[in-house]
Each structure stands twice: as C-alpha cells, then as structure tokens.
Design a protein around this ligand. Structure first.
Ligand code: SAH
Length: 428
C-alpha cells in the first residue's frame, strides 16, 4: 500500500528480530512461515541453535526453502555456533511433540486466517501444549482500517476476521488467564500524527511471556503425549567447529597456510633467498629495491591480522627448540630433497587460530596425524615443507590434488579473520 516506510511486513519482521537480539532465544519456531522470509533473516542470529518453520501450505514453503541452506562462508569459515533448521507442513490447530519447549514462538499475521473455532485450538496448542517461554502474535488492527485508502472489507480475501484493539486484548487476556502467561500489547505501523492514541498501530502485536519459568514446562512434559502430526519438509545442519571433521579441515587449512608463510619468511631471513614476489621483481631488473618492497608487502599483510603480528614477533624471537630448520629426505631416497621443518610448537604459538582450534600442541599433533594434506616429521613434532613447490614427489602430488579438489585452496584466499561477505541484516 506504500503507506509505511519501511514497508509494514518488514516492520513486523524487524520487531521479531529486535526481540531476538534482546532476548537471545536458542530455539525459535515461526508459525505460518509461508515462504520463509522471516526465517531467512533469523538464521543470521547465531545464538539461535534450532530454527523451525511450520505452515499448512507445503507448496508455499517449498518455493524458496533452499534459500535457508548455508552459504559459502558458512562452510569456509565455520564458527562454534550450532544451527539446525527444520521446516514442517502441518496445522497450528494440531499438536506435535517436536515443537514443544521452544524459547520463542512467532505467529505473524496468521490467526486472522483461522476460523474463531480454530483460534481456540491455536491457543490451546500454542499456549497450553507447546508452552514456549515467549510468544509474539501479530494481527491486523481493524481500528486502523479507515486509514487504509480504498480498503473495502478485510485487508486480505482469506482473512476470517480482523479484530479491534479491544477484541485482541480480550482474547489475549483470556489466554493469559487460562494458560499462565502475561502479555504486553503493542504494534508496528504508526498512525498519522495525532491519531495514534485513537486508532493504535496498523498491525497489533501481543508479546506473551510464560509465568513461572521453566518448571511449568517440565510439569507439562510429564504427561505430554508423543504426538507427531506434522510432515518434515526440510532439515539442514549448519557446519560447526563442534563437528570434529570440520574442525580438522579448518585446522589443517590454517596449519598449511601459516607453515608455508613461516617457511618463506624464515628462508628469506636465514639464507637471503627470495620468495616469489622477489623473483618476479628481479626479473624486471629492480633487484634490491624490490626485495624491500616485497618485505613491506608481507609486513603489511601480517600486521593486518593478529596472527601475522604475533608470527613476526615469534619468528624474530624464537631461537633454540622452537626454531625452524633445514631437513632433507631419507638418504636412500632417489631424489635428495631439501625441506624446511616447522615445529608444531612454533605454529601453535604463532597462529592464535591454530592454538584455539587445537587446544594444545599434543592435541594439534593428534589432529594432524592422519591428515593427507600435511606431512609431519617422523616423531610428529613438526610439519615438513618442501623447499620449492616443484620438489613434490608422486605421493605428495596425489595428496595435493586431493587437497585442491576439496576446495581448501580457494578457501585460503579469504584471510582467516575476514567477516562474512554478506550482511543480510542490512538488506532487511
Ligand atoms: N507469517 C508470514 C505469512 C503470513 S500469511 C509473514 O509474516 O509474512 C499466513 C500464513 O499462514 C500462510 O502462509 C498460510 O498458509 C498459513 N496458515 C494458514 N492457516 C494455517 C494453519 N492452520 N496452520 C499453519 N499455517 C497456516
């Protein structure tokens, strides 16, 4: 209708998001989720561990549900946060034990699509059976309707009723008394100046809180029937560092990246050999000048990451046990190869992400032991890196191919501390 900025449906969803930001619920259920618009915004609030949508219309739900899948940064830079998303087809007038015990249930512009008899069932299911800690219910405020230009009858052809503020309040109070909740009545969509008192908000909202805290839910839990009346349409578990496979993958990625970086720096400092940047510059005939330029480049990149700054200090300071050193392949091997040994202890100290992910040096060794992408020394105390890339033997070539195929190589193009590329909240 263009009457509100931002649009009214956005204001309703923003109301929920603001609530989520304040209260940080872990389990959130959206009733009448339709095309999952609200769920798609909620999934960025990573305090939420379980996000569920329910709608009677499976076709609507399926239309855009794949937009709830993890995006590339969720895979490339997984966090410790855990998130599972589930979508069900079913009616709010029927019970399902899987939806009990949530922290927040939202019902945005849903109840007016139900007959009054079904609203009774909705109240019983939501407040009496699901017993969430908080419920947000929004519905049109018919007191506001005279301000909607050209409106005849209800705001939508499927609406079974549109309540005045008094009617909404009377239903809300009854629910509170019957099921042990308290309610705060508010709304979104401001009336024209001077009219707010008289007509209220365009969308009226009730925010319900269960009285008596968690004990009440447990009391209900005892005699709850295990009903499963909804059909699961979609379920996805987001990658999390709590998953050991994902933890290993990310850790290996960090180790390979930082070991290589440490190696290059060490070679440059110890032997005067230059890294690729230098060779490139030298080919252009800008020798010494350019070496300093490439050094500057490395320095800038390092100081931009906490990891880089610490690495520099440690490589400067670490002598003795923690030092990098030359090693080489077995004497009986066909090709004699120079390698740099990067002690795990150095890696552990230099890169905060490696230490956080592994917890201890011995744990780091255990986690890397069976990783094909990393070559450890015989005693497992150091990562071995070939002096030059072309020194790869057949075995390593194979592993390297595995490693690159798996997408880790691309993953490395993102700095480890980069923020996710998209900020969806900005688009709300
Ligand atoms: N909450 C969404 C959509 C509101 S439209 C939003 O904020 O934009 C109302 C939705 O409720 C529709 O998707 C409709 O299919 C759904 N619905 C209607 N009756 C229902 C019922 N008995 N149980 C579950 N969902 C229902």
């Amino acid at each position: 209708m263009g009457l509100f900025t931002p649009a009214l449906h956005r204001q309703r969803h923003q109301f929920v998001i603001d609530f989520v930001k304040r209260k940080k619920p872990k389990k959130v259920l959206d009733l009448g989720c339709c095309e999952c618009v609200l769920l798609k915004q909620l999934k960025f609030h990573r305090e939420i561990e379980l996000l569920v949508g329910l709608d009677i219309d499976g076709v609507q739900v399926k239309k855009k549900m794949h937009g709830l899948a993890p995006i590339s940064t969720d895979y490339l830079q997984p966090s410790y946060d855990q998130l599972r998303i589930e979508l069900y087809q079913g009616s709010v007038t029927e019970k399902d034990a899987r939806l009990r015990g949530f922290d927040l249930v939202t019902s945005i512009e849903l109840i007016e699509h139900l007959t009054l008899a079904d609203v009774e069932l909705f109240s019983e299911v939501v407040f009496g059976y699901l017993t969430p800690e908080a419920v947000i219910v929004s519905t049109p405020n018919s007191d506001f309707n005279p301000f909607l230009p050209g409106l005849v009858g209800f705001r939508h052809s499927d609406h079974k009723f549109e309540w005045t503020r008094a009617e909404f309040k009377s239903w809300a109070m009854k629910v509170c008394l019957q099921y042990g909740y308290e309610v705060e009545l508010t709304g979104v969509g401001q009336a024209p100046p001077g009219q707010q008192e008289r007509v209220g908000f365009c969308s009226q909202i009730g925010v319900f809180h269960r009285l008596g805290g968690k004990e009440r839910y447990n009391m209900f839990d005892e005699d709850a029937e295990d009903v499963f009346s909804y059909t699961l349409l979609y379920s996805i578990i987001y990658p999390s560092l709590h998953d050991n496979n994902i933890l290993r993958r990310v850790l290996m990625c960090e180790v390979v990246y930082w070991a290589e970086k440490l190696k290059r720096r060490w070679i440059a400092e110890e032997t005067g050999e230059r890294d690729d940047t230098y060779d490139l510059c030298q080919a252009k005939g800008e020798g010494g000048e350019c070496f300093r330029a490439s050094e500057r480049h490395v320095d800038t990149e390092e100081t931009q990451t906490a990891c880089g700054a610490e690495m520099k200090t440690l490589v400067d300071q670490e002598k003795g046990d923690g030092e990098l050193f030359w090693t080489h392949s077995q004497p009986d091997s066909e090709k004699w190869r120079r390698r740099v040994s990067v002690p795990l202890a150095v890696l552990w100290c230099c890169c905060p992400k490696v230490s956080v992910l592994s917890g201890s040096v011995s744990n780091l060794r255990l986690l890397l032991m069976d990783e094909p992408g990393v070559k450890l020394s015989q005693d497992g105390s150091a990562v071995l890196l070939n002096h030059q890339e072309q020194d790869l033997d057949d075995d390593e070539e194979e592993h390297r191919a595995d490693f690159e195929d798996s997408g880790y190589a691309e993953a490395r193009q993102c700095p480890p501390s980069a923020e996710p590329a998209e900020d969806w909240e900005a688009n709300v």
